[in-house]
Ligand binder design. Structure first.
Ligand code: SF4
Ligand code: ZN
Ligand code: ZN
Length: 309
C-alpha cells in the first residue's frame, strides 16, 4: 500500500487523491481547485457568461445542489427549477432539501408539480409501457425546456457528472446507438424551440462532487430515488468503476476522447424537429410524447389537465 498522499500545494494530509489528474489536495485547497475547474469547464465549452440568466435543474441530490451553490458563488445569475415527480416521501424529502438551499442562497426557485399537471410518476407509469426512468426523463426534458423558455432563461444547466456522462456513453457505445453519439456534448446550443443546455460538472466524478458538497456543508438528499434500481446506468457505472480501478484515468479519458474525436464525426446525425401540433413544443412527431400521454389519460378518464386547455 502506498503512503498517504499529501496535498500538492501545502504538503498537509490530502483529503482526496485524483489519479486522473495525478493530484492530491487537502480540504483547504480542494474547494478552490474544484471551483476553478468548473469555471474553466464553463469557459472551455463557452457554456454561458455572467450576462446570461441560468436556470439550474435541481433534484435535491449532491450534484445539482452543488452546481447551484457553486454557480451563485462564482457570481452567475442562477435560479433553480425543481420538478416534483410525486414519488411519495422521496419527492417530499428532496423538495425540502431544494427549498432549504434556495433559502440559504436567497435565490428564486420554480417548482413544477407533475401531480397537478398530469399525475404522479408512479401513476403515469401504470398507464404506459415505459420504464419509470424513461418516462421521468421525458417529463423532465419537456418541462426543463418549457419552463426555462417561459420564464425567460436562455440557459438550462444540469448537474450531470463524469460518471453519468461516461456510463451513458458506454452503454450507447455497447449498443452502437449512433444517434446518441452525435447528440451528447456538454453544451447543446439553442435551436428553434430549445434553450441552451449545459453540463458544467461533466468532467468531475461523482466522488469529487460529493466531497465538494460535504465540505461546503450543502444539505443534500443521500437517499436514492426508489426507481433508481431500474436504471441500467448503475450497472454501467459499476463496470466503469472496475475498469477505472485497474486502469486509473480511463473514465475521464474515455469521455474526453469521445468529445474530441468521436462527437465531431457524428454530430451531423441530428434529427430535424417539428412542433407538436397540440402544445407547440419541439417534437420529432406530429404530437409530442407528453401530449400523447395526456390524451391517453383523458381517454382512460383519468384526472390531469388536457394539453389543449
Ligand atoms: Fe427519475 Fe429514474 Fe432518476 Fe428516479 S431514478 S428520478 S425515476 S430518472
Ligand atoms: Zn493543501
Ligand atoms: Zn405536445
Amino acid at each position: 500500500m502506498s503512503r498517504k498522499p499529501k496535498c500538492r500545494i501545502c504538503r498537509k494530509k490530502a483529503i482526496i487523491y485524483m489519479p486522473h489528474h495525478r493530484l492530491a489536495l487537502c480540504k483547504e485547497h480542494y474547494l478552490p481547485w474544484f471551483e476553478r475547474y468548473v469555471e474553466r469547464t464553463i469557459k472551455e465549452f463557452k457554456m454561458f457568461s455572467k450576462k446570461d440568466r441560468v436556470l439550474v435543474a435541481v433534484s435535491g441530490g449532491k450534484d445539482s445542489l452543488a452546481l447551484w451553490f457553486l454557480l451563485r458563488k462564482l457570481g452567475y445569475e442562477a435560479d433553480g427549477l425543481y420538478i416534483d415527480l410525486g414519488i411519495g416521501d422521496y419527492s417530499l424529502r428532496s423538495k425540502r432539501k431544494v427549498e432549504k438551499l434556495a433559502n440559504t442562497l436567497g435565490a428564486k426557485l420554480f417548482i413544477e408539480n407533475l401531480s397537478e399537471d398530469m399525475a404522479p410518476l408512479p401513476e403515469l407509469k401504470g398507464i404506459t409501457n415505459r420504464e419509470a426512468c424513461s418516462l421521468c426523463g421525458m417529463v423532465k426534458r419537456y418541462n426543463f425546456n418549457k419552463v426555462a423558455k417561459d420564464k425567460g432563461y436562455r440557459v438550462l444547466a444540469t448537474g450531470h457528472n463524469l460518471d453519468d456522462e461516461a456510463s451513458a456513453l458506454f452503454s450507447n457505445v455497447i449498443n452502437w446507438n449512433i444517434k446518441y453519439l452525435g447528440r451528447k456534448f456538454p453544451v447543446l446550443r439553442e435551436e428553434e424551440g430549445f434553450v441552451r443546455k449545459v453540463k458544467p460538472l461533466c468532467k468531475l466524478t461523482e466522488k469529487e462532487t460529493a466531497l465538494y458538497s460535504i465540505l461546503r456543508g450543502i444539505d443534500f438528499l443521500e437517499e436514492e430515488c426508489p426507481y433508481s434500481e431500474d436504471a441500467n446506468t448503475i450497472f454501467y457505472k459499476q463496470v466503469l468503476n472496475q475498469i477505472e480501478e485497474k486502469f486509473p484515468g480511463t473514465k475521464l479519458r474515455f469521455y474526453l476522447e469521445y468529445l474530441r474525436k468521436v462527437y465531431p464525426v457524428f454530430k451531423e446525425e441530428k434529427e430535424g424537429m417539428g412542433s407538436c401540433k397540440v402544445c407547440g413544443e419541439p417534437s420529432p412527431t406530429e404530437v409530442c410524447p407528453l401530449c400523447r400521454l395526456k390524451d391517453k389519460m383523458i381517454n382512460l378518464n383519468l384526472t390531469g389537465r388536457s394539453s389543449t386547455g
